[in-house]
Write a new protein. Sequence first.
Lengths: 340, 340
Amino acid sequence: MNKRVTIKDVAREAGVSIATISYVVNKKEGVREETAEKVSAAIKKLNYIPDLSARSLVSNRSNLIGVVIPQTEEDKELMLKNPFYSEFLSAVEYNLRKNNFQLIISGTNIDKGYLDMVVERNMDGIIVVGMYPDEFFEDLKKANIPTVLVDSYCKDHYFHSVQINDRYGAYIATKYLIENGHENIGIVTGKIKTGGVASERYLGYKDALKEFDIPIIEKNVFEGNVDFEFGIQVAKQISKNKELTVVFAIADILALGLIKGLKSVGINIPEDISVIGFDDIYISKIFDLGLTTVKQDIYKKGQKAAEIVMKSIFEKSKTKQEIVLPVEIVIRETVKKRIK
Amino acid sequence: MNKRVTIKDVAREAGVSIATISYVVNKKEGVREETAEKVSAAIKKLNYIPDLSARSLVSNRSNLIGVVIPQTEEDKELMLKNPFYSEFLSAVEYNLRKNNFQLIISGTNIDKGYLDMVVERNMDGIIVVGMYPDEFFEDLKKANIPTVLVDSYCKDHYFHSVQINDRYGAYIATKYLIENGHENIGIVTGKIKTGGVASERYLGYKDALKEFDIPIIEKNVFEGNVDFEFGIQVAKQISKNKELTVVFAIADILALGLIKGLKSVGINIPEDISVIGFDDIYISKIFDLGLTTVKQDIYKKGQKAAEIVMKSIFEKSKTKQEIVLPVEIVIRETVKKRIK
DNA sequence: TTCACATTTCTAAACGTTTAAGTTTGTTTG
DNA sequence: CAAACAAACTTAAACGTTTAGAAATGTGAA
């Protein structure tokens, strides 16, 4: 391993004390222009690169942001194959990098426990995306560092948050279906009881049905995982339910799986059954049919999360931010108008 | 901010010196069983979490692996929207996490220069995916830490590497097309001159054509970016070229864009034109047609990269590893047998 | 009991920074 | 010209670990 150039080497080269080097490096005032130049020259000449471990040790600043991403149930791999999360991550990384922060991605399921990692690494902030058990959030509170929750539906409104109005989005989606003549509306969703995004969207679905006095039929509700596989899997059941004229999949990835599965059993979209999704993930463009869906701005979600966490680090002001980003329906090709 | 529990606190609690605590924490021998238990009890009681910054400072070990991912040309966002990279990243993260390493993802385009970041953070290892300018690799050499290149086609075989035989993969793909009666074979590819994955796959394409004495026609080569948009874009040109019976897209993401574009101008796949891809990305399942493609094991690529970098960190043995993973053709629905 | 030696524990320096407090130097003012 | 003050710079402690090497303790043989 190469010998490291330290602040001492620079001090010797520039003929000043190490404190002065530190002041110059950190752009603090009280250093004469002339001295600063001498120091800068020495830094350049020796190619001095400060050691962030040392800095972190004394100043408790690491320039590291933890990003918590949901994990698959089976093997606890991060859900990075799910386009929603990779799009989100990309946005977060991009906006954090601009301000010289790096991110450490991870699930909550590490042997130590997440809080330990935060403390170990002196993380400056945390961005959490998705739902987790209450104890997890309790732990985060203890860490007492700037934290932004994204789509977490944490009962405790202690943290900053950015999210969308999932319930409303699902409501307008369902309403749109009803207004297009559909009455037998299925829903494919994740676990409803958990009180997260899936539950909220389910509630929005019910809101719309109630508003139009359409009964909520239990066998029209298909509950499982929010992933492509479940979409495919559920298609078989749906194909048996002849009354259904449309299905609301609470996430695009589900909708895509569903359509794939439906087609494979000879059902045409939207002629035989209509499908509407939620999220407007980038990758759904791949699909041959334009997916009608509720659009949310995933990039902006990541950007906001990054901005808030950084702001919260720099400013002492503890004004909590709870941002709700807008949603809108995007009409493409997978929902057919139905004439009664 | 909370007061940190340090090794001193534990030492006081357990009634031993801080050195002993350190030995216990790091599982070094020479500590009596009895003492170790006393220490463990104290650690648990106080909830002691070692400070990795401090550890890194003295031991030069950070448990941090840098992962370099290509960036988009325009705005330098990481290419995480490209499913190949997110799949790869997921695999790397999963395998690194098992051994208690965290990763810091980044592009090469950070104001400091990548090497600076490596030094700043005392990174233990680096995984690079994709092609970069020679100077970048020269820089990495200077860093002198375990490094694994993935799909980098670095002329200098100084580093560990994991890749596939891209040329051969493209060769068997093209050969498969020829054997199915195709003679006018288009290719949609990235920049050919750069000498990376795109070039290699282009070479494999030429290899097969040569073997069967089929002339290489310049206007059958469509060069652009390796992304979904270019696939769509190029469809128009391809649709004008009436002789083409099949197109080899050197990446699935291109193939998917291409098919989408082709369909939008009324061309049916595979009836009018066949398409073959490369990579077998997970997300292509979404597509309604099964994409015939050259399969590589992206998960294993990430796994191997992670394993090699960790092995290289732990063992002093400097035996260089250059791993080439197998490829195989996966026949699905997008290539039609052509009867002459 | 004493000595030699092995085992366990401790002391203290080192890692590379930041920063409060102190010192020096320079400038202004009565 | 000295006093007062501001500006620029330095000293030294602190951050929380690891790890040689020293010290203490324990064990067994003569």
